[in-house]
Design a protein around this ligand. Structure first.
Ligand SMILES: Cc1cc2nc3c(=O)[nH]c(=O)nc-3n(C[C@H](O)[C@H](O)[C@H](O)COP(=O)(O)OP(=O)(O)OC[C@H]3O[C@@H](n4cnc5c(N)ncnc54)[C@H](O)[C@@H]3O)c2cc1C
Length: 404
């Protein structure tokens, strides 16, 4: 009887467990989670933006219909306001879902934990080496790329920071169906700032974008954003800072009996850094590969393709600074662009990404990281401010040779 270990009870780990149970693995799955319980971690929200997940017509409905994985959103976004430095445009219609993240009882992860029958061992920060010999398959779903360099090269395309606050209404009403974004180098060079509802009454104000080892321009932008867009309108309840969010992907997503899912598998698509839906899919694909002997790499090829297109688009989108942001917001105000964003519209990310890749290959390169800024995953984890990361000083010596 085959046994499976899943390291990390997050998005991709729980989706994998749930699908494995459906495929007959109930009772043969061990999940190891470093948090002490499902409610530990800051409560905040995320956006599942529909237009970047096409051709899927409705992400949460598709998960329910295809895999009987039922995730209730925190709210649905029907209105978005997008600010350039001197321009603004609005979209109306079904644009995406707000989902709870972190320790909220209704977070995506906690909803899946309730639907799963597998045993979760909490408070155990397991290493890959600890368990590799005991299981037939191991799913590495730690969300932080921590053990990936032990197995395979992980290409980093950008290090990013995430500064956010949970805010309550003061002088400005919070609409649980509205998403607001700012594309402006003053707030976030190579990134963006946004306001996303945290239903029923609060919101999450955030600045995210590319940083280097020495310099975090997003933190400076965040201070300006707070001052100009947040402080007068909303009351800041709590503030958080993350500096270990990696955009990148591994050379291989299956190494011997180890499956890399979610962020470890390169599911955070560089265009906006969204990865929630793809991470859930990667967990499902890993389960199907384990249970049915299907090729995980083949299943992940669509996500890899979207990653590369998203990366090209990301480079194009941010390379021209404020003038570029204004041009894009102006273009987004046209009726054609508005029709693209509507439900059932074309695969925007795919087409624009393809175009951006063609331009990238034929014209000048717009690398996000300069040579000086390029550091390995190992160095990155070293300078990241997140607590609880393993000692990563000598990972290169620990790289194992595993059958691929
Ligand atoms: C602050 C933030 C905001 C985001 N917002 C959005 C958004 O709005 N929309 C969107 O689409 N995507 C968003 N993303 C990206 C999305 O969260 C990820 O794509 C997705 O959660 C990755 O899933 P995962 O399974 O790889 O990791 P996670 O969901 O992060 O799960 C990893 C789990 O592994 C556990 N763990 C880590 N190390 C160990 C260990 N050694 N042993 C045991 N357990 C361990 C962690 O505690 C965690 O529970 C956001 C990411 C961050 C960080």
């Amino acid at each position: 009887m085959k046994k499976v270990a899943i390291i990390g009870a997050g998005s991709s780990g729980m989706a994998c467990a749930y699908r494995l149970e459906q495929l007959g693995f109930e009772g043969r799955i061990d999940i190891f989670e470093s948090k002490r319980g499902p409610l530990e971690a800051n409560i905040h929200t995320g956006l599942i933006a529909e237009f970047i997940n096409r051709p899927v017509k409705d992400t949460l409905v598709s998960l329910s219909e295809k895999y009987d994985l039922n995730i209730n959103p925190a709210s649905t976004i029907y209105h978005s306001i997008n600010h350039g430095p001197t321009t603004v445009t609005e979209f109306f219609g079904f644009l995406g879902y707000v989902i709870f993240r972190g320790g909220h009882p209704e977070s995506v992860t906690n909803q899946m934990i309730r639907q799963s029958k597998s045993n979760i061992h909490y408070g155990i920060k397991i290493t890959l080496k600890d368990i590799l010999s005991e299981y037939d398959s191991v799913v590495l779903a730690t969300g932080n790329c921590e053990y990936v360099p032990e197995l395979v090269n992980f290409r980093i395309d950008a290090h990013s920071a995430f500064h956010y606050a949970i805010v309550a209404e003061k002088n400005q009403e919070i609409d649980p169906t509205r998403f607001e974004a700012w594309f402006n180098t003053w707030y976030a060079p190579w990134g963006y700032a946004y306001l996303l509802p945290v239903p029923p009454k609060n919101a999450m104000a955030a600045c995210t974008g590319v940083i280097s080892k020495e310099h975090d321009p997003i933190k400076e932008g965040w201070e300006r954003f707070k001052l100009e867009q947040v402080a007068g309108k909303y009351e800041i309840l709590e503030e958080h800072h993350i500096r270990n969010f990696l955009l990148g992907r591994p050379d291989y997503q299956k190494v011997g009996k180890v499956y890399l899912t979610g962020a470890n598998g390169g599911c955070n698509i560089p265009f906006f850094g969204f990865g929630q839906f793809k991470s859930l899919l990667s967990g499902i694909y890993a389960a199907e590969a384990i249970a049915r002997g299907e090729s995980y790499e083949a299943q992940m090829s669509t996500i890899n393709n979207e990653y590369e297109k998203g990366l090209a688009l990301f480079k194009r989108l941010h390379a021209y600074g404020d003038a570029g942001y204004d041009a894009i917001i102006r273009a987004a105000s046209t009726r054609t662009a508005k029709n693209w964003v509507k439900p059932g519209g074309p695969e925007v990310l795919s087409w624009l990404g393809l175009l951006a890749r063609l331009i990238d290959f034929s014209k000048e390169s717009t690398d996000i990281l300069t040579e000086d800024e390029e550091v390995s995953v190992v160095e990155h984890l070293d300078y990241s401010c997140t607590q609880g990361l393993a000692d990563v000083n000598d990972l290169s010596e620990k790289r194992w040779s595993l059958e691929r």
